[in-house]
Design a protein around this ligand. Structure first.
Ligand code: DHK
Length: 138
C-alpha cells in the first residue's frame, strides 16, 4: 500500500475560518476525510505545523520511507531555504500544492523556494489540488 504524507504549513490549521474568499470555507480536517474515501487503497497521513522546524522534522521522519509528500508550506513557501534543503535531503519525491493561485496574488507570493525541489506544483485549484497531487503518486 502506497504511503503518502500531506504536509501543511502555517495558518492552514485555520482553513474554513481564514480568509474564506481566498481559501474556502471547509476545514482541512473535513476535507481530509473526503480524501481518504477517494483513495481507500492509499495510506494517507496528514500533518500540519505552524513551525518551520516541525515541518522539517516531519520531512526527515518520512523522507526515506514514504512514496510521496504533498506539501503546502504556506508562507514558508516564499521564505524557507531550510525547507527547500529538507526536500533535497530526502529520497521521497514531493509535489507542491497551493489552494490559491499564488501567481495571481501579491508579488511576494510569486516565488517559491520549494518548486525546484518538487516534481511539480498545483496552484489555484482549491482543496482539489491535494487530490490531484496524491493522484500523481498512486
Ligand atoms: O494558497 C495557498 O495554499 C498558500 C497558503 C498560504 O498560507 C500562503 O502564505 C501562501 O502564499 C499561499
Amino acid at each position: 500500500m502506497k504511503k503518502i504524507l500531506i504536509l501543511n504549513g502555517p495558518n492552514l490549521n485555520l482553513l474554513g475560518k481564514r480568509e474564506p474568499g481566498v481559501y474556502g470555507n471547509q476545514s482541512f480536517e473535513d476535507y481530509f476525510e473526503t480524501l481518504k474515501a477517494v483513495f481507500p487503497d492509499v495510506e494517507l497521513h496528514y500533518f500540519q505545523s505552524n513551525h518551520e522546524g516541525g515541518l522539517i522534522d516531519k520531512i526527515h521522519e518520512v523522507g526515506f520511507s514514504f512514496d510521496g509528500i504533498v506539501i503546502n508550506a504556506g508562507g514558508y513557501t516564499h521564505t524557507s531555504i531550510a525547507l527547500a534543503d529538507a526536500l533535497s535531503s530526502v529520497t521521497t519525491p514531493a509535489v507542491e500544492v497551493h489552494i490559491s493561485n499564488i501567481h495571481a496574488r501579491e508579488s511576494f507570493r510569486h516565488h517559491s523556494y520549494l518548486t525546484s525541489r518538487c516534481k511539480g506544483i498545483i496552484a489555484g485549484l482549491g482543496l482539489r489540488g491535494y487530490e490531484l497531487a496524491v493522484r500523481y503518486f498512486v
